[in-house]
Design a protein around this ligand. Structure first.
Ligand SMILES: O=C(O)COP(=O)(O)O
Length: 227
């Protein structure tokens, strides 16, 4: 079945967002009298949404077990800071605009499926001038469950009016691959993002590509030049 729609992960795939996420995490930790953590560590904690990031940063562990009151306090502080910092340093990875232009010009339907909450996703896409590319934007709180659950990818396909076998997910993490596979959608992975500290090549997928531009070239070659 020919691919008609391409779904993109956001953090670590389209945009380098860790500098802003880390600035908000460290502002929160400072206000709580705790030591700051490195940007690299924040990159490891990104992937399962904002609440998971705050839990992991507070606990210093991937399972993010924290006292409920402490978590509420931290989340409120993090939201306060990220509201102001979101998009301040965020920028597209190399090849993103080139690849999106190619896919849009070839007539593919494009969507974002991210675990980032909607309230941060839409302003970020506007600030980085990416929003006009996308017919559908699914945030981490748009559906009842986030990636790696298939629900957000299934929802994006429904909204775009395509079957799962007519869609391709492009992401940077195991959460993208598991979500896509469970939804019956093909998945290509990129090596430059945030895969919770793991090498992306340990995650099975349909293809590994270096950039979104390379992904667009590959898709256009596989299908001819029109969607
Ligand atoms: O917000 C996150 O933790 C990750 O967001 P993503 O799904 O765009 O990678």
């Amino acid at each position: 079945m020919a691919i008609q729609a391409v779904l993109f992960d956001l953090d670590g795939t389209l945009l380098e967002t860790v500098p802003d996420l880390a600035a908000a995490v460290n502002a929160m930790l400072r206000e709580m009298g705790r030591p700051e953590i490195s940007q690299k560590q924040v990159g490891v904690y990104v992937g399962k949404g904002a609440e998971s990031l705050v839990r992991r940063a507070l606990s210093g562990a991937m399972d993010g077990q924290v006292d409920a009151d402490l978590f509420r306090q931290a989340m409120a502080l993090w939201n306060q800071h990220y509201e102001l910092l979101n998009g301040y340093k965020a920028h597209c990875f190399d090849g993103v605009r080139e690849g999106l232009d190619m896919l849009q010009n070839a007539g593919f339907k494009l969507a974002v499926v991210t675990n980032k909450p909607e309230r941060y996703t839409l302003p970020l896409l506007k600030r980085t001038e990416l929003l006009p590319y996308f017919e559908v934007v699914v945030g981490g709180d748009t559906c009842a469950r986030k990636k790696p659950d298939p629900m957000p990818i299934e929802f994006a396909c429904q909204q775009l009016g395509v079957n799962p076998d007519e869609a391709l997910m492009i992401g940077d993490s195991v959460n993208d691959a598991l979500s896509a596979q469970a939804a019956g959608v093909s998945c290509w992975l990129l090596p430059y993002g945030y895969n919770e500290g793991n090498d992306i090549h340990s995650t099975p997928c349909d293809a590994y590509v270096q950039t979104i531009e390379e992904a667009a070239n590959l898709l256009l070659t596989e299908q001819g030049t029109t969607a």
